[in-house]
Ligand binder design. Structure first.
Ligand code: PLP
Length: 406
């Protein structure tokens, strides 16, 4: 593995050199969205300045160029997920749309009254609400695997909830609120042994470590571009081609059809089947650039982040009155915490005055917060471009917050 040069890496991210309230920005809100490297920013500019055209339908040079860039991006995504074949990679708006697509299209064609959809208690709302709606539409039932007070899925309970009724299992690869890394391959294996279809929400995993979909063994995997150093408004749903090809369209219109007639319309196979209308071409091209930037440094970036995680955990535990929430044995560099006498929003506002960006609240995980007996937490989420100096800056700022609120 290459040595990780965080100083050199940071130079590639213009935002990281900016100031907030006259202080150097310390950006620790990466679980909400990541910063973008110059390569992505300049690729977007080049696309709009030199290559802008609609894809797939043109015979002119620009359209052909845009189409080549768009379709090669699909191959980059496949490589990023450890796949040989890009066919199952569908471009969507983000993880939210990917999950909605599966819940709607697969759900409509596969869920029946009495079927069960097994989720876990640590899911983001994006991996809860679409299933609740699918259950309402089909008469299926949502079942929830509990989490322990350490913030880990209770595997024995998860296993116990799997039965012949379980039609679908959907869970986060990594918890956005606590940083817990779920044993995704093992959970998938258990679910498949029960005959269920498995969707993994990889939103918080893709930016932190190597995701190898074939070894996970799942049927669907989703992630968002903007959390993976790419543009907003673009994400990926990967699905097994045979499943996707058998699913009814989600949205319809141009590009997803084979033949349209007022007597009836036939549809293309995946991925085009699920890419109705003009896609987010610039977003797709920008995402490929982001993944191409990240892939070569992924392993060393992960090792660097693990150093940040243990340093930050130790530093924050040294702050009087602070409690770290979420103590899973396997975590990415996401630290949720509470502080006696200080509301999470006040912590966030006071840190912002110091130029430190964190997130506070329920993190779109209301059921998890309720389970933990909290209304919210403060969350510092790191990326590979963060430094040990920033960990110390956070620690010092939290000491000041404590003095101000004690
Ligand atoms: N799943 C998880 C675990 C997330 O953290 C998020 C966003 O925070 C989502 C899904 C939804 O992602 P997006 O808003 O990019 O669609």
């Amino acid at each position: 593995m290459q040595a990780f040069d965080v100083t050199a890496v940071r130079r590639e991210f213009p935002t990281l050199g900016t100031s907030v309230h006259g202080r150097p920005l310390v950006y620790l809100d990466n679980a909400a969205t990541s910063q973008k490297p110059r390569a992505v920013i300049s690729r977007l500019e080049r696309y709009y300045a030199e290559e802008n055209a609609n894809v797939h339908r043109g015979v002119h040079v620009l359209s052909e160029r845009a189409t080549v860039a768009y379709e090669s991006a699909r191959s980059v995504v496949a490589r990023f997920l450890g796949l040989d074949d890009p066919k199952g990679c569908v471009f969507v708006r983000g993880a939210t749309e990917g999950i909605n697509l599966v819940a709607d299209s697969w759900g409509r064609s596969h869920l029946r009254p009495g079927d069960e959809i097994l989720l876990t208690h640590l899911e983001h709302h994006a991996n809860i609400v679409p299933w609740q709606l699918a259950a309402e539409r089909t008469g299926a039932k949502v079942v929830v695997a509990p989490v322990t007070s350490r913030g880990e899925v209770d595997l024995a309970a998860f296993k116990g909830l799997l039965s012949a009724r379980t039609r679908l299992v959907a869970f986060a690869h990594v918890s956005n609120a606590l940083g817990t890394v779920n044993p995704a391959a093992e959970m998938t294996q258990l679910a498949k042994a029960a005959g269920a279809t498995v969707l993994i929400d990889g939103c918080q995993a893709a930016a932190h470590f190597n995701v190898d979909v074939p070894s996970l063994g799942c049927d669907f995997y989703v992630f968002s571009g903007h959390k993976t150093f790419g543009p907003t408004g673009i994400g990926v749903l990967w699905g097994r081609a045979e499943l996707l090809d058998a699913m009814p369209p989600y949205q319809s219109g141009g590009d997803m059809i084979r033949k349209v007639d007022f007597d009836g319309t036939t549809f293309r196979e995946a991925p085009e089947r699920f890419e109705a209308g003009t896609p987010h071409i610039a977003g797709v091209i920008g995402l490929a650039e982001a993944l191409a930037f990240f892939m070569p440094i992924r392993a060393s970036a992960h090792a660097h982040e693990q150093v940040l995680l243990s340093a930050a955990t130790e530093r924050l535990r040294a702050v009087k009155g602070l409690t770290v929430v979420g103590e899973a044995s396997d975590k990415v560099a996401v630290l949720s915490f509470t502080m006696a006498g200080a509301h999470p929003h006040d912590i966030g506002t006071l840190l912002d005055a110091d130029g430190i960006a964190i997130r506070t609240g329920h993190h779109c995980c209301m059921p998890l917060m309720k389970r933990l007996g909290l209304t919210g937490t403060a969350r510092a989420s790191f990326a590979f471009y963060n430094t040990l100096e920033e960990v110390e800056a956070l620690g010092r700022a939290l000491e000041r917050v404590r003095k101000m609120t004690a």
